[in-house]
Ligand binder design. Structure first.
Ligand code: ADP
Ligand code: MG
Length: 703
């Protein structure tokens, strides 16, 4: 590894604040800063000046192209490269890049999903520079983070609504902060640190698995003799080949200014995790998209493939992404940190209430924000949080809220009557027992950890809903408290409000075991929480009038955008499962059945030969295996035919609601039955004849 100092390496491929300050004139820098910090529109002259400096910087770094980098609703990032060259009259070229090219791009949007937003006759889409996220260089290309929208201005990407949701929470949080006399705060920001899980397997074995190549997950495969039961992989010693990969990965991420911090092994064999230091949500979302791309690229360089799928292997844990989320002021105060004075504590409790209410009122939105065909395999499967959303607060905070609710003394470290605005909160310590891994939404000291995200999800979706829902609670609180601001009744109104919120939303608080059947019963039957096990169940809830109204009221989505998103996400679900189904049919008909048949033939010939030696030979192994395997091939054939029929019917479904329900009720069950028979046959068939590398080989392939 070349000996470059990390501080020099860090951000070396980013046109960051250091570069801007050094290269831009004072006026231009100040004007750009105002755009970044205060959302002030950028004027053309400034854009021109920034573009010129950005170009010079990029050329110095060896870039030849530029691209507007954006996040369409496909879930991955998109880029269309243009080179800097402009022909000159004398037949040569100049390297040019204008302010216009920086600010706005025009691209044919017709191949990106729009969910009916874009009439086919108007296929143009626009990309618009997001100056709050730094430009960077990747593969000799200057990448400009942009928002992507239709000709009529509707968002076709994930960044636009994310930025809007950040503005929404800023707007409402500022109103609340003013009520507490915070005059020095100008801006409230949300931050996220996403912990990314992934699998690494050997490239050669990957290439042999049709299912991995087409779908990113294994559709067949019986359990290896050893899985994760020994807990010997979690935080275990990192294997040399993986360690080299991680070192390389860190460097690549650091160059892009991504704060990769922690890397360790996860629970399942071949599973790992990477956590960056948290940063502003918008940048965290861009960085996480980049991280997913770079992990895959660097893995290839090391002869491995990185699987970002939520459930690449049945029977071992899948991969998620923990979204550590907090809200803080531009003066550096984390609003989820209990303060020192009674006032700060009342403020802390109010923000805490805002989250509790938001999660309760908009459980469905949080659930559907992480819903994909892949993630459906994890949620509720006793390895990840259940599909039911609830909030974990830990003993101390729960005790404090109980004391407020019941007007009883809090029996914590000190015995105090909880009367807000009069007493300071008792000092409470970051709960060390907060390792309730079964909770989807846990308070962890000074941040909330939303744990339901799938490993391949863009974090934008979850944070859009989270920010919007919390903005909505804060909006209601500000409406209620503003009329009494500065009067004597402020304290009492505040106290009553907090008490009321705790009482009304207590049902969402749950500190117990989220994996058990009892919780499902209690949550749905006693508490009335919603349980939406699949994407087909969850996604249509986006269109509930209550949800649509809230998103529109907070200016996060327009009505048309909500409808298009629902459609696109359901379409993704249907397409994903359809490809999986077709892949299964292909593998069964072309490889599994012929392979079993060949093995059967070998066994049958063996019986013939042995019987010719002596009629008395029993050939018990051969004959019993033949019997069992022919039973299985019968069943495999029947179930592959059933799957084919289900896939055929899918084509006839009239709309995405019907087709997603059909996928849930018919296609997926057929796939599961088929898999059961094939996996049983794998156990009985000589490995020599089996056409695909086994789970054991895949999971323990990287040493
Ligand atoms: P733990 O290991 O207890 O889950 P860590 O301190 O290791 O917590 O943090 C996990 C992730 O949470 C990291 O990405 C970290 O940067 C992020 N994080 C820590 N504090 C905050 C915060 N205040 N807001 C958002 N994310 C945070
Ligand atoms: Mg965590």
């Amino acid at each position: 590894m070349e000996n470059v100092k990390i501080p020099e390496l860090f951000g070396s491929m980013v046109f960051d604040d250091r570069e801007m300050r050094a290269r831009l004139s004072e006026d231009v820098y100040a004007s750009l800063k105002r755009t970044i910090d205060e959302n002030v529109r950028l004027d053309d002259k400034v854009a021109e000046a920034v573009a010129k400096e950005m170009r010079d910087w990029a050329l110095e770094k060896g870039a030849t192209h530029f691209t507007h980098w954006f996040q369409p609703l496909t879930g991955v990032t998109a880029e269309k490269h243009d080179s800097f060259i402009e022909p000159t009259k004398d037949g040569g070229v100049l390297m040019e890049f204008s302010g216009k090219e920086l600010i706005k791009g025009e691209s044919d949007a017709s191949s990106f999903p729009s969910g009916g937003l874009r009439a086919t006759f108007e296929a143009r889409g626009y990309t618009a520079w997001d100056p709050t996220s730094y430009a960077f260089i990747k593969d000799h290309t200057l990448c400009i983070p942009t928002a992507f929208c239709s000709y009529s201005g509707e968002a076709l990407d994930k960044k636009t609504p994310l930025l809007r949701s950040m503005q929404a929470i800023n707007r409402q949080a500022m109103r609340v902060l003013r009520l507490f006399g915070n005059e020095d705060v100008n801006h409230v920001n949300t931050s996220v640190g996403p912990e990314q899980e992934y699998f690494l397997i050997d490239q050669k074995l990957f290439n042999q698995r049709t299912d991995l190549v087409y779908t990113g997950r294994t559709l067949f495969g019986c359990r290896p003799p050893k899985g994760q039961e020994m807990d010997d992989h979690y935080y275990g010693v990192i294997k040399p080949r993986v360690a080299e990969f991680m070192e390389d990965l860190d460097r690549e991420l650091w160059k892009l200014g991504i704060l990769a911090k922690t890397e360790h092994n996860e629970v399942a064999p071949a599973q790992h995790e990477l956590a960056p230091i948290y940063t502003t949500t918008n940048i965290a979302a861009d960085h996480n998209q980049l991280t997913m791309e770079i992990i895959q690229k660097v893995a290839k360089r090391h002869g491995m493939v990185c699987l970002l799928h939520e459930k690449p292997f049945a029977g071992v844990n899948g991969s998620g992404k923990h979204n550590n989320w907090s809200v803080s002021t531009d003066t550096g105060v984390n609003l989820f940190s209990p303060g020192e004075t009674p006032y700060e504590n009342a403020q802390f409790l109010l923000f805490l209430c805002a989250v509790i209410q938001a999660v309760d009122d908009y459980q469905d939105l949080l659930r559907l924000s992480v819903a994909t065909a892949g993630n459906d395999h994890r949620l509720g499967a006793n390895e990840a949080p259940p599909a039911i959303i609830s909030v974990f607060l830990g003993d101390e905070l729960t005790g404090i809220l109980n004391a407020i609710e019941n007007d009883t003394p809090y029996e914590g470290v000190e015995k105090v009557q909880m009367k807000l605005g009069v007493h300071a909160l008792p000092r409470f310590f970051r709960d060390t027992t907060d390792r309730n891994r079964t909770s989807p939404f846990a308070f962890t000291g000074n941040k909330f950890e939303f744990r339901s995200l799938g490993s391949s999800n863009s974090i934008a979706c979850a944070n859009i809903m989270l920010n919007a829902a919390v903005a909505e609670s804060l909006r209601q609180y500000a409406d209620e408290l503003e009329p009494v601001a500065g009067t004597e009744s402020f304290q009492e109104t505040l106290h009553n409000l907090i008490k009321r919120v705790i009482t009304e939303h207590e049902r969402i608080l749950f500190d117990g075991d989220g994996y058990g059947e009892e919780w499902v019963k209690e949550a749905t039957e006693v508490r009335g929480l919603s349980n939406l096990p699949t994407t087909a169940d969850a996604m249509p809830k986006l269109l509930d009038p209550k949800n649509v109204e809230m998103l529109i009221r907070n200016k996060v989505f327009s009505e048309a955008e909500v409808h298009s998103r629902c459609e696109i996400m359901l379409e993704n679900y249907v397409k994903t499962v359809n490809i999986e189904g077709l892949t299964m049919v292909d593998m069964v008909r072309k490889d599994y059945l012929p392979a079993i048949e060949e093995y059967l033939y070998t066994l049958a010939r063996a019986v013939d030969s042995m019987k010719s030696v002596s009629e008395n030979l029993k050939c018990r192994y051969e004959i019993s295996t033949i019997e069992k395997l022919t039973d299985l091939t019968d069943n495999i054939l029947t179930s592959v035919e059933a799957l084919e029929e289900a896939l055929e019917k899918l084509k006839a479904c009239g709309n995405v609601f019907d087709s997603s329900a059909h996928v849930r009720d018919s296609v997926l069950p057929c796939m599961s039955t088929l898999r059961g028979y094939v996996d049983a046959a794998e156990m009985l068939t000589s490995a020599k004849y089996w056409p695909y590398p086994s789970y054991g080989k895949l999971l323990f392939s990287v040493q």
